[in-house]
Write a protein that binds this ligand. Structure first.
Ligand SMILES: Cc1cc2nc3c(=O)[nH]c(=O)nc-3n(C[C@H](O)[C@H](O)[C@H](O)COP(=O)(O)OP(=O)(O)OC[C@H]3O[C@@H](n4cnc5c(N)ncnc54)[C@H](O)[C@@H]3O)c2cc1C
Length: 414
């Protein structure tokens, strides 16, 4: 749809990803959904062999020196295979590696990023705890410093790749007395004896990603595995929210797209009352709405990715990312809803993949920050932006442009 906005390099990359996506056997998709596959290592190795993971990182570490727009375009294509393919592709390559590339030492990049981009290692990201995910700063996992090591104790839950990952990016409290956002650090934790996976979740959708609860029992982590500074976890968390939420939005579009395509084809062939059902406005308006929403979603994430590429104001990026995450995930759920609706009963069966896409996409507005948390950030940033704009760059004051504008007795605020 927006090819004219993309440069040659990005278009070529997109086509490479498309070819890879076309090469994945349908059985792998079915095996993921039925959990015959617990974690898709073969798929990730295949993507890595084609150098598709982490395209925006420097070539020096195994990336392609590309931009955010390109990685956004790429992850949309991966989403076409199913949401969990993009989740597992994204968590290790696009999130954990992003944090290490931005905040890590060269030794950490050598040991953890390069092999992951080659498909030799797999990683998971551990933020959420049983006591809550939205309140990230309330983390109760602790890392105690003793000699040359930190010892991590606590639990994380809903971790994609909890089964399957070789190492984990773990946030833990390192200063219990500091303000919440000043007392958390981030660690790279190898899967060792103290890391236990006692529970694998039974999920409505997004199956096959090894989503588990992890228990860390006094896990010994060498100091060189501290990522960034001690008590500097907040900085890492902030920067990770860009790939986390922008990536989620992009892959959601890719995951919803097949539903619209299948429904479009179906409605041109299926007949009722003697004519193809796409002749009924009750049907084609729903298809039109879905197409419009997908285009709006894609416009939003491209503009946001471009804002990140141009490194514009951090606060504005935070608002744009949160708006994209909320708008795209909710709109794509509507896209899939419409697709199922226009297919009638057969859309609800597993004869078509729409029911799987529907189940998968319910997660989109819950994970990587719920829609409510996105609204909270948007509101916070918008009010600040509003007052700053009023003070520094006032535009026309439209409030007096009403006949009753000076009826001060009617303008009651308290
Ligand atoms: C399949 C799956 C995979 C996941 N993968 C990962 C992963 O790999 N790594 C990881 O770290 N996490 C992962 N998560 C966790 C996910 O990010 C959290 O579930 C999510 O952030 C919400 O946290 P919670 O479940 O603890 O809900 P809670 O934080 O308990 O929230 C419950 C409800 O309260 C609302 N709420 C909470 N606070 C507020 C507020 N201040 N204002 C308004 N409403 C509020 C929420 O919006 C939500 O509706 C995954 C979750 C699932 C289900």
């Amino acid at each position: 749809m927006f090819d004219y906005l993309l440069n040659e390099e990005t278009l070529e990359f997109r086509d490479e990803v498309r070819d890879f996506v076309k090469s994945i056997p349908r059985q792998m998709i079915l095996d993921m959904d039925s959990e015959n596959i617990q974690f898709p290592k073969e798929f990730l190795k295949g993507a890595a062999e084609k150098n598709l993971i982490g395209c925006r990182y420097p070539k020096k570490w195994g990336g392609r020196d590309m931009n955010w727009v390109s990685s956004t375009v790429g992850i949309e294509e991966i989403g076409v295979l199913g949401y969990i393919f993009a989740c597992t592709f994204g968590v290790g390559g696009e999130l954990v590696c992003d944090a290490i590339i931005r905040h890590g030492t060269d030794a950490q990049k050598e040991k953890y990023v390069r092999p992951l981009l080659k498909g030799e290692l797999f990683a998971a990201e551990c933020l959420t705890e049983p006591r809550g995910g939205s309140d990230f700063f309330g983390t109760t996992t602790v890392a105690e410093e003793r000699g040359d090591y930190f010892y991590i104790t606590g639990q994380k839950r809903f971790i994609v790749g909890g089964q399957g990952a070789d190492y984990f990016l773990v946030y833990a409290r390192t200063d219990p007395d500091a303000e919440p956002h000043k007392g958390i650090s981030c660690f790279i934790v190898d899967r060792t004896d103290g890391v236990d996976t006692p529970y694998v979740y039974g999920l409505m959708g997004c199956r096959g990603g090894g989503t588990s609860r992890l228990v860390f029992k006094d896990v010994k982590v060498p100091k060189e595995n501290l990522l960034g500074n001690k008590n500097g976890g907040f900085e890492i968390f902030k920067s990770m929210m860009i790939p986390e939420r922008l990536g989620t939005a992009a892959m959601t579009i890719g995951a919803a797209r097949p539903a619209l395509e299948i429904a479009t084809g179906y409605t041109t062939r299926r007949k009722a009352f003697g004519q193809p059902i796409n002749q009924f406005q009750g049907v084609n308006f729903q298809v039109a709405e879905a197409a419009m929403l997908l285009d709006a979603c894609r416009s939003m994430i491209y503009v946001t990715a471009e804002a990140v590429d141009r490194n514009i104001d951090e606060r504005r990026i935070r608002r744009m990312i949160s708006e994209s995450k909320k708008f795209v995930t909710e709109s794509c759920q509507k896209v899939v809803h419409n697709a199922m609706q226009v297919m009638g009963g057969i859309g609800y069966t597993n004869v078509f993949p729409i029911e799987r896409i529907f189940r998968d996409l319910r997660l989109a507005s819950i994970w990587t920050g719920t829609s409510e948390i996105m609204s909270l950030i948007i509101a916070n940033e918008w009010y600040k932006e509003y007052w700053s704009m009023k003070k520094n760059h006032p535009t026309r004051d439209s409030e007096p442009d009403a006949p009753g504008a000076f009826e001060t007795d009617e303008k009651i605020y308290e």
